[in-house]
Ligand binder design. Structure first.
Ligand SMILES: *Cc1c(COP(=O)(O)O)cnc(C)c1O
Length: 394
């Protein structure tokens, strides 16, 4: 029935399995304490207690106030709500019409910004990044002004693993009274999130990136930051996100976040060991391969590469057939052969950018799995290159 059991999962940046303890915490809220948290009666009260308990857990870990946590349907929704909600409200109130984002954002941010430009009269400007995809604070310092509606920067990059100097960027924004949003969806499993309210005004989270369920997220939104609700209705979530809350999933997210930010952060050493083994072995044993993203300032579980003369999709298919689940780094589901915008922003040529590979480990990865992977990868890369040579030669 389950034909993925003997396969090796190396795609934790795409999603993670739900931790058993998280499943256990969620279960009672499907059919025992199933009430609507907005109802007055005891069923509602129980659900509300669970909902608010989850909010308290997350607020305590972030060291922010409970009224600053808004539950959403996913990381993408949190990004959309922050960008669209803050940008539109600041345009309506103050006429601020510039949006500053990095050129290495997740599509949940970049596509939202581009729609705001296309359809709502904003101007989107891209911050400068170096060849590792790390945002330059000095450039932000030079171009920021009160006419900026929002600045949004990815914390830990899903595609190339680089970690941005978000604290420094956030402090620049605060000096200019410009809201700073950080996409922390990928970072939350690996970096301490405590005290983010000291330097950012909004932060997005998605549970399924840290061993919680898919389809639930949270937005930290700092008190006093103007935000237009994108979803209106019954006024739940302080009126910022109407709709009956998904109580079991929120309970699960809170449990998963707590685990990730305590034992998860303590157990980064083995992830780093596996990551570095994958990186050094690939760079040693394969020609025409380059690490993408920063060699040190990168997420503990994240290895990413580009290859000369290798089609990334073809490599993924061969890896899958050999029992390894990896990714090309960007969500190119349709086999659409467009190079990733993130890789192009690093100055990588479109041809080489099509040969990308992302390998991300997680808390259930074993050394044995990593060793199997590092022996297989060079063989498959050679196989693809040999086929290509034969095609050209014939
Ligand atoms: C996964 C991810 C998202 C989207 O989150 P979903 O919960 O899958 O919608 C946004 N930003 C980053 C950096 C991500 O890794």
């Amino acid at each position: 029935m389950n034909n993925s059991l003997d396969k090796i999962y190396l795609d934790y940046a795409a999603t993670t399995p739900v931790d058993e303890r998280v499943i256990e915490a969620m279960l009672p809220y499907f059919n025992l304490q199933f009430g609507n948290p907005s109802s007055v009666h005891i069923f509602g009260q129980e659900a509300e207690a669970a909902l608010e308990g989850g909010r308290e857990t997350i607020a305590r870990i972030l060291d922010v106030s409970v009224s600053e946590i808004v539950f959403t349907g996913c990381g993408t929704e949190s990004d959309n709500l922050a960008l669209r909600g803050i940008a539109l409200e600041r345009k309506l109130r103050y006429g601020a019409d510039r949006i500053l984002i990095s050129p290495v954002e997740h599509h949940a941010v970049s596509r939202t910004a581009l729609q705001l430009a296309d359809r709502f009269g904003f101007r989107v400007e891209f911050l400068k990044v170096d060849s590792f995809g790390i945002v330059d604070p000095d450039y932000l310092r030079r171009i920021i002004d009160r006419d900026v509606a929002i600045v949004s920067v990815i914390y830990g990059n899903n595609e190339i693993g680089s970690i941005n100097p978000v604290e420094e960027l956030g402090k620049i924004c605060r000096t200019h009274d410009v809201p700073f949003h950080v996409d922390a969806v990928q970072a939350a499993a690996h970096l301490p999130m405590r005290g983010i309210g000291n330097w950012c005004d909004a932060a997005s989270f998605g549970a399924h990136k840290f061993y919680g369920p898919k389809g639930v997220g949270a937005l930290y939104i700092r008190k006093g930051i103007p935000i237009l609700p994108i979803q209106t209705g019954g006024g739940q979530e302080n009126g910022i996100r109407s709709g009956t809350q998904n109580v079991p999933y929120i309970v699960g997210m809170a449990k998963a976040f707590e685990l990730a930010q305590t034992e998860g952060l303590k157990n980064q050493a083995s992830l780093i060991q596996y990551r570095d083994r994958i990186i050094s072995s690939a760079l040693e044993n394969i020609k025409g391969i380059y690490l993408t993203g920063h060699p040190i300032k990168r997420l503990a579980n994240h290895a990413s590469f580009v290859f000369e003369g290798v089609d990334g999709n073809q490599l993924l298919i061969l890896l899958d057939a050999a029992g390894f689940a990896c990714s090309s780094g960007s969500a190119c589901k349709t086999g659409d052969p467009k190079p990733s915008e993130v890789l192009l922003a690093l100055g990588i040529s479109p041809q080489v950018a099509l040969g990308s590979l992302r390998v991300t480990v997680g808390k259930y990865t074993t050394l044995n799995e990593v060793e199997k992977f590092v022996t297989t990868l060079p063989l498959l890369v050679n196989k693809i290159r040999k086929l290509l040579m034969e095609l050209k030669g014939g």
